[in-house]
Structures are given as C-alpha cells and as structure tokens.
Write a protein of this length. Structure first.
Length: 165
C-alpha cells in the first residue's frame, strides 16, 4: 500500500503478508503475528468485506452476532499491545457486485462501530470517504476493490489518522 510511503521514515510500518480475510481468520492470525504487533505504538485495522459476503444466497459468511463477538475479541487482544487503535469501516461495493451488498455493509458497520468506540478505539470512516465516489474509487472489473484513485484517497486518510492519534 501507499501508507508506508505517505508516513515516511518517521514510522516503521508492519503489515501482514497475506489478506486477513474474514474476522475469524484475523483472530486466528493474531496468534501467528503476535510478535509483530506485541510492541506496536499504533494499530490500524479492518475486517468486513469477507464477513458480509453472501456466496450461497443464505446470508453473510459471518452472522452479525458472530462478527461483533469476534471483532470485540480482536479489539481486546490488540489493546494488550497499545491503546492507540484505529478501526477502518468497511468500504462499499458497486451495486453490481454479486455477493456483497451495501445495505449489509452499512448494517455491520453500524453494529461494530459503537462497540469499538466504547472501548476507546478511534473510527476511520473509510465507508463515508468512498461512498460518494464509488464510480471513481471502486473498480468496475470486480466491483469491490479500490481503483488507483481510491487507493490513494484511502491511503491518505489512513496516514492522516495514524499521524493524529
């Protein structure tokens, strides 16, 4: 991502080598990556797009209650490393996406954001940043991933939040 370049040499940025996928996978990966985050000064994190994915037409991959429970477990574990935690809301998709729907994304964001705020976690609302610009920030070939312009906008906002915390 652009975030390490935007932050510059003042910051040492660690990122997982692979996509952290859905929240339960991230929870599992926290064990494998515990050394990397043990002394973190700031943690910026997100889960959601994989959790809300409805591949089979029978509901999201992760049920809402399980999502909240798992995300709160993740937050509790991360707080053992630092109190400076930023959570990025799940970004929208185009209306053409076959398996993810913005209504579900909004629902999951609405469920987790207040709970994380209660824990003192800062919320970086990337959904609010991207939503008005879906046509330019979300790729048309897959209807979910960010365009170069979207990557730049989100990376700049992430870097700004990290600098401010």
């Amino acid at each position: 991502t652009l975030v390490p370049d935007l932050l510059g040499e003042e910051y040492s940025v660690w990122q997982p080598k692979e996509n952290c996928r859905f929240s339960a996978y991230t929870l599992r990966m926290l064990h494998d990556n515990r050394g990397a985050i043990a002394n973190a000064d700031i943690i910026h994190w997100n889960n959601g797009l994989w959790d809300v994915c409805d591949l089979f037409g029978d509901g999201p991959f992760t049920a809402p209650e399980a999502y909240v429970k798992t995300m709160l477990r993740i937050a509790t574990i991360l707080k053992k490393s630092t109190d400076k935690i930023i959570f990025a809301t799940t970004t929208p998709v185009t209306s053409e996406h076959a398996f993810n729907k913005n209504e579900t994304i909004r629902q999951y964001n609405a469920l987790i954001v207040p709970e994380l705020r209660k824990m003192g976690i800062v919320i970086n609302d990337l959904n609010a940043l991207v939503t008005p610009h879906i046509d330019t920030y979300i790729r048309k070939d897959d209807n979910i991933h960010l365009t170069e312009e979207g990557i730049r906008a989100c990376s700049e906002q992430v870097a700004d939040y990290i600098r401010k915390i």
